[in-house]
Design a binder for this molecule. Structure first.
Ligand SMILES: Cc1cc2nc3c(=O)[nH]c(=O)nc-3n(C[C@H](O)[C@H](O)[C@H](O)COP(=O)(O)OP(=O)(O)OC[C@H]3O[C@@H](n4cnc5c(N)ncnc54)[C@H](O)[C@@H]3O)c2cc1C
Length: 526
């Protein structure tokens, strides 16, 4: 394969955002989808709960908008919210046309309910929605001749006119590490779309897959794009707590269907959510996560319990077949026993600043999905609003690219690694990964203070020096690229958290416990 390739559109990421955009663009454009592992790796395939859309009798757009704005705690952009909510039903219709086998009841879509939603409006495929959607997408993408799939290709950096000393700054394409040859390949295209997902791996405990290292956010920042609201990291309240299992989420729908949060027997075994919020277990995620954090710290316990065993056995097995089977493998029969759970980093609400066309600050560069900040999620994300955001903005980006063609960028020089050698000390990379994730968890987690944020920033600066030295002197590897991106994203999270002198939504500071009037998003400018 040549070391330089050229397409009409480059899409980085094969999650729901990237694949939806590829399918929309393929009839008119030659599209390359680059993805750093296998096609199905990413958060999309892991989504359990479902996709929010107004489809039920009596439900209204206004109600979905209101629920989203309430969860967003004063920082969701009303225009972006209306845009997503109003386009959500057509996204579901599109997925049904593609053949996604959504769960039905009496011949109608079955709509479930989740925390923060005032109506049943979550379409789902039992409790493995993301996997079913992703499978269907991949089948279509593989059959589409205009889409070239490049697995095990990791974005290294975007190529910009500015970096190349050209008079006009625009995105010219990107460099990607091809792991099959261990070479960095140059890709050129008039349009590049970042669909690289979130950054949960910046924290020690996360529900996210290993791909979620914030690569797109870091690359866009280095290319001169603004990022917004990076302080708002959603911690999912209920990740399975088990020594041999990493990142297994217990869906919100378990609480939606009556699941109760209990203290362990050693701490009394009682239900605690009603003392924290009138909505009890159906309160928004940030409130539930903080309540669990509070109870764990108060009682010095490692986890709390989520109990659905009071529901009939058949009901539990029918609604949560995958969670039932997975827990049973681990010796927990959820029809009879409560599930041990802890909070874990789950969703990156902020990201690359984009508009309703998914444009970033750089001509020729768009961003969609979890890597983007669209204004929808504000200070907190409403459950099941993210998959729909991926699809709505995948459609927007395609429409925008079709309406505004750009010329093919000029030739650019290939990646120069003539002066670097192979790293002899990979332990430095794995050590720094561990260190970063642990102090982000301890200092920049669910509850923050000025002192802890300062401490974190100090350590980030030390790590950045070491990582920069590695990047400048050694051949790039995926681990190194991810670490370089994670540490930059960590810096953006801390700087955003420092800029917010209040507590709001997912950002809670002991030094500023109150919410301020007239809040604004936190936008960092490179
Ligand atoms: C356990 C879990 C459950 C969830 N449940 C729900 C739910 O029920 N409903 C809901 O709405 N949302 C849910 N979410 C959130 C939702 O799944 C994600 O927000 C959404 O899937 C993001 O899609 P995406 O396409 O933006 O990113 P992803 O699906 O994460 O895809 C990102 C892609 O980018 C690739 N990539 C990343 N960096 C690079 C790089 N440097 N080079 C090349 N490729 C790269 C990855 O390999 C991957 O293919 C859940 C998330 C998790 C983790």
């Amino acid at each position: 394969m040549s070391n330089s390739q050229e397409f009409d559109v480059l899409i980085v990421g094969s999650g729901l955002a990237g694949l939806s955009a590829a399918l929309h663009l393929a009839p008119t454009h030659r599209v390359a989808v680059l993805t750093k592992r296998a096609m199905s790796d990413g958060s999309s395939g892991w989504a359990q709960g479902g996709i929010a859309a107004v489809l039920g009798e009596g439900d209204t757009f206004a109600s979905h908008v209101d629920d989203t704005l309430v969860a967003g705690a004063g920082l969701s952009d009303p225009e972006a919210t209306r845009f997503v909510v109003e386009h959500a039903p057509e996204s579901i219709a599109w997925l049904r046309e593609l053949g996604v086998p959504f769960s039905e009841e009496d011949g109608q879509l079955h709509l479930t309910r989740e925390g923060g939603h005032s109506a049943r409006r979550i379409v789902h495929v039992t409790d493995a929605t993301g996997a079913a959607v992703q499978r269907t997408m991949i089948e279509h993408v593989r059959r589409t001749p205009n889409i070239t799939l490049l697995e095990h290709h990791t974005l290294v950096d975007l190529i910009t006119g500015k970096k190349r000393g050209m008079p006009v700054n625009r995105c010219l394409g990107l460099y990607a590490l091809d792991e099959s040859t261990d070479e960095v390949v140059t890709f050129r295209a008039p349009h590049t779309i970042l669909a690289t997902g979130g950054a949960g791996k910046v924290y020690l405990y996360t529900t996210n897959p290993d791909t979620a290292t914030g690569d797109g956010i870091a690359a866009a920042w280095r290319a001169g794009c603004r990022v917004t609201n990076m302080e708002f990291i959603q911690f999912h309240p209920t990740c399975l707590y088990h020594p041999s299992v990493k990142s297994y989420l217990i869906t919100e729908a378990v609480r939606g269907e009556g699941g109760r949060l209990l203290l362990p027997q050693s701490a009394g075994g009682t239900r605690f959510m009603p003392q924290h919020d009138a909505r009890a277990e159906l309160a928004p995620r940030d409130i539930v996560a903080r309540a669990i954090d509070f109870e764990m710290k108060k009682h010095g316990i490692d986890c709390v319990y989520l109990d659905i065993s009071h529901q009939p056995e058949a009901f539990v097995k029918e609604h949560f077949p995958n969670i039932y089977a997975r827990c049973l493998e681990l010796g927990i029969d959820i029809t009879k026993q409560p599930i041990p759970v802890v909070p874990a980093a789950h969703y990156t609400c902020g990201g690359i600043h984009t508009d309703l066309n998914a444009r970033t600050d750089l001509t020729g560069l768009h961003a969609i999905g979890e890597t983007a900040y669209t204004g929808l999620h504000g200070a907190n994300r409403l459950a099941s609003n993210s998959l729909v955001e991926c699809m709505v903005f995948a459609r927007s980006v395609a429409t925008d690219i079709m309406a505004t063609p750009l010329p093919l960028p000029p030739e650019v020089p290939g990646w120069d690694d003539s002066r670097v050698t192979d790293a002899d000390e990979s332990v430095v990379i794995s050590h720094n990964w561990d260190e970063l994730r642990r102090f982000m968890w301890d200092y920049v987690g669910i509850v923050r203070t000025n002192k802890r944020l300062e401490r974190a920033l100090h350590r980030i600066a030390l790590l950045q020096r070491e990582i920069h030295e590695f990047y400048a002197n050694f051949h790039v590897t995926r681990d190194l690229l991810e670490l370089r991106n994670l540490v930059l994203v960590a810096e953006l999270i801390v700087r955003s958290a420092q800029a917010r002198h209040e507590s709001r939504g997912l950002h809670f500071s002991r030094d500023y416990p109150e919410a301020m009037p007239n809040p604004l998003p936190t936008t960092l400018v490179p």
